[in-house]
Design a protein around this ligand. Structure first.
Ligand SMILES: [Mg+2]
Length: 409
């Protein structure tokens, strides 16, 4: 039967895909501290891992996988772009954090499978390497940053050259300017030991205080300020952009090229921070990165993948970093405040040494696919504890001011 003779129903089933190695199964696993791993296996037994973590919304993303599983089991695992297009466009309702995180997890797993099938790292499939090491930054200070110097020193001793911290605790729409004073002191402390520091405003600083804080920070030259205002406020961010020389970064709550476009066109950001587990996986984030790039005088925006997440998402970010010219730095969740105790970035890996940080950088991942080996037994054990109700899915804290009014977290 020729392609032109294929019945319409065959298209909907994906039967026109050559089934050289069809998807046999798509599974999801909840693992602490707050991650959702995806395991895709092919008929030939190739296993790919993805990450669809959407912090605080695990059950919603798992719901989206009911549909993806029904649609794509039986499809050729090699046709990543067609699967992505079908998952995104065919379902009419598109975009948003839940659907895009689910697509992300599936997409990353399919790239892992393709790399393992062909015997190459994913960065080879994304155009080859443009660098040998990727700079990364770690976290200090937690949600309510206080004594940061000891943590900063510990990260420096571990090989980091840059860290990020929340700029402030919770704030009202208009707080006393005194609420901002601690931020400057903490930045000075971290910089005093020779580290660069990014400040995450976390969308919790409202406009009247954001402009004050940006102005106060300027003499201390932070690496960047992140989410200085909430997503959707591109015009207000543009005004802020004109008031400060500090690089402005955002993007963790933007999920597609359509979402980032208004910020690019407004000229209000320096660094785009798509999250590979939220923004459509490797396929879409690579396109966002290319869109942001400076070739042919387009937007001249750097890529700093957002990744306060698990090892699969981090490996995917590095694969982008090794193959993307405008990559600048990547978030790394090692010892992040959510990763308490035994559930940290390296917990579910058999080869944690590939994430070793030296001179602030992680070296080229040489393994096939994503280049990491996942401890599947441990992942399954964690997930079982969740299914049996011994472990609850993570939820973000609820913050209220002294007057009882809700505040941004
Ligand atoms: Mg952030």
């Amino acid at each position: 039967m020729s392609l032109s003779q294929t019945a319409a129903s065959d298209y909907t089933k994906g039967l026109w895909h050559s089934t050289s190695d069809a998807i046999r199964s798509i599974e999801t696993f909840y693992v602490r501290p707050r991650w959702l791993f995806v395991r895709v296996e092919t008929e030939k037994g190739i296993v790919g891992w993805g990450e669809a973590t959407l912090e605080g919304h695990t059950e919603a993303v798992e719901g989206a996988f009911v549909d993806l599983r029904e649609r794509f089991v039986g499809w050729d695992s090699a046709n990543i772009e067609d699967i992505w297009q079908t998952a995104y466009r065919l379902r009419f309702y598109r975009g948003g954090p839940v659907l895009m995180s689910a697509i992300s997890g599936l997409d990353i797993a399919l790239w892992d499978i393709k790399g393992k099938t062909l015997g190459v790292p994913v960065w080879q499939l994304l155009g080859g390497k443009v660098r040998n090491r990727c700079q990364v930054y770690s976290w200090i200070g937690g949600d309510r940053p206080a004594d940061v110097l000891a943590e900063a020193q510990a990260r420096k001793d571990e090989g980091f050259t840059a860290v990020k911290m929340n700029a402030v605790e919770s704030l009202g729409w208009l707080d006393s300017p005194a609420a901002l004073e601690g931020t400057i002191e903490r930045v000075k402390e971290v910089k005093s030991i020779g580290l660069d520091v990014g400040l995450d405003f976390h969308g919790r600083v409202h406009r009247p205080l954001a402009k004050q804080l940006a102005k106060n920070l300027e003499p201390h030259r932070p690496l960047f300020i992140e989410e200085p205002l909430l997503p959707g406020q591109q015009e207000e961010i543009k005004t802020l952009y004109g008031m400060t020389s500090i690089p402005i970064a955002l993007g963790e709550r933007l999920f597609t090229r359509q979402d980032v476009r208004p910020y690019f066109e407004a000229g209000c950001i320096d660094i785009i921070q798509p999250d590979v587990a939220h923004a459509g996986g490797l396929s879409e984030v690579k396109k966002i990165a290319n869109m942001a790039e400076c070739v042919q005088q387009t937007y001249d925006i750097g890529l700093a993948p957002h990744c306060p997440l698990g090892p699969i998402a981090f490996a995917a970010c590095l694969q982008l970093g090794f193959s993307t010219p405008n990559f600048v730095i990547c978030e790394m969740s090692w010892k992040m405040h959510y990763n308490a105790g035994e559930h940290d970035l390296l917990t579910y890996m058999f080869n944690p040494e590939v994430f070793a940080v030296r001179e602030g950088m992680v070296s080229l991942l040489e393994g096939n696919g994503l280049g990491i080996e996942i401890d599947e037994a441990r992942v399954r054990s964690e997930d079982l504890a969740f299914r049996e109700g011994q472990v609850k899915a993570w939820r973000n804290p609820v913050w209220r001011g002294p007057d009882g009014a809700l505040r941004e977290w």
